[in-house]
Design a protein around this ligand. Structure first.
Ligand code: SAM
Length: 424
């Protein structure tokens, strides 16, 4: 259930936005239990109606004069530059985006939602694909901080920078700079040279929308962003759009949530397959372009072509594998043997899942106690404040644990669905 009037700070922001190039039609921000803000239909909306337009002049990008005025080092990433700008402005009561900043989730909320902040003993149980992403995220943030710290300290400390870096990570949109050749010395002159890492924009009001695997498609053009309703909506319904074709492991690490059903979900099988390969098999797969990136999905045929190939190399005479990867044989004659090999692999995966579910349950209990005792011990007196902190840490860990258990149950369901259909 959504609260249609989420509070004064949101009213003030909406009024500010409408004076700053944001045209809202038929939608409103609303507060949802357990997942912050989102957008609801404020009246019945018809498919094809434009529900929001945001003029490019209101975006925060590296080309904005206020960002350029910060004179940040040339070698820092676009992500780092935007995070530094937001952090430098964070305590400035006169900053242009003060009212917008006031409706973002607070650092405290991020601490419980985003795996970046989770205790190490819980991060350890993030599924393999998510852990790889989390390490990359930590490395990118660290590198940006190292490049910028001399310029930012002492007014901006690492905690504030991490928070604004994660605000950028969870709230930016893909932006292609309509006037690219002259936009910024840090950006390439030619459009085809732009990479995804260059194309970040903070976009007021658009960053209220929550993600779904189906929903409206945000559009960007030379004048700004717009969203067109993908279907009819009744007043009060939540309106989502898609952040992209993301798996739940990606959503968990980058945004701090998973979707209960997600048509884009898949699981990597690399951590189960790669350790079983001999050196010569690795060499052959690399030569043929079939090394790694093996995935499992809930729906038939369950595994990707690359996984079909590697299982053939591991379980059949080499010539059968060669015929398959060269495209001279569709592999149908061997499918039964490959399905049996896959069942063995997934049975091994099932054991890992059961063990992980049990481990998350017990580790999380330990973390709550550890955090509570650490928080209460660190205060001189066992004051109400420290008790409240301990309780909120405890609650955060319980929520993190629930998110993690939920993800492992989704993984179990994908594996079981594949096992059931292979058994038919
Ligand atoms: C662009 S913001 C969307 C607005 C945000 N909910 C807020 O309170 O301001 C992205 C963040 O919203 C949350 N979010 C987005 N889609 C969600 C969903 N389907 N379920 C739960 N949380 C979601 C996640 O915390 C994510 O990091």
């Amino acid at each position: 259930m959504a609260a249609l009037n989420p509070g004064d700070e949101h009213d003030r922001f909406v009024a500010w936005a409408s004076d700053h190039g944001v045209e809202v039609d038929g939608i409103a921000p609303a507060k949802f239990v357990g997942r912050g803000m989102g957008i609801v239909a404020a009246r019945d909306i018809k498919a094809g109606e434009r529900i929001i337009f945001v003029d490019k002049s209101s975006l925060i990008t590296v080309t904005a004069p206020t960002v350029r005025a910060c004179k940040l080092p040339q070698n820092v990433t676009v992500h780092g530059k935007l995070a530094a700008f937001l952090a430098m402005q964070y305590h400035n009561a006169d900053s242009d985006h003060r009212l917008w900043q006031g409706v973002w989730p607070k650092e405290e909320e991020f601490r419980s939602i985003l795996p970046y902040y989770w205790p190490k003993s819980l991060q350890e149980y993030i599924p393999h694909a998510g852990k790889v992403l989390l390490i990359k995220q930590q490395q990118k943030l660290d590198k940006d901080w190292q490049t910028l710290r001399a310029q930012l300290q002492p007014s901006v400390d690492r905690d504030l920078f991490a928070y604004t870096w994660l605000i950028v990570n969870t709230r930016t949109f893909y932006w292609e700079y309509p006037d690219l050749p002259n936009s910024h010395p840090r950006l390439p002159k030619k459009r085809f040279q732009l990479t995804a890492d260059d194309c970040y924009a903070m976009c007021p009001f658009m960053d209220y929308f929550n993600h779904s695997d189906v929903g409206c498609d945000p559009q960007h053009g030379p004048s700004g962003y717009s969203v067109i309703a993908d279907r009819d909506y009744e007043a009060g319904e939540e309106v989502y759009f898609s952040y992209g074709s993301h798996t739940n492991d990606f959503l968990l690490v980058e945004y701090g949530f998973t979707l209960p059903t997600n048509k884009c979900d898949s699981l990597p099988l690399d951590h189960l397959i790669i350790p079983k390969l001999s050196a010569s098999q690795v060499e052959a797969l690399k030569e043929d372009g079939f090394y790694g990136n093996y995935t499992l999905t809930k729906d038939a045929p369950h595994i990707c072509h690359r996984a079909q190939a590697v299982l053939r190399l591991m379980n059949l005479p080499t010539r059968r594998y060669t015929m398959f990867v060269s495209g001279n044989d569709d592999g149908a004659a061997d499918q039964h043997a490959i399905d049996s090999a896959l069942v063995a692999l997934l049975t091994e995966f099932s054991r890992e899942i059961v063990e992980t579910l049990e481990a998350v349950d017990s580790v999380a209990g330990g973390v709550v106690e550890e955090q509570q005792s650490r928080t209460t011990r660190s205060s001189k007196r066992k004051s109400q404040v420290s008790e409240n902190m301990a309780t909120s840490n405890g609650q955060a860990v319980m929520e993190q644990k629930a998110t993690l258990l939920e993800r492992w149950k989704q993984i179990r369901e994908i594996v079981n669905a594949a096992l059931r259909s292979l058994d038919e």
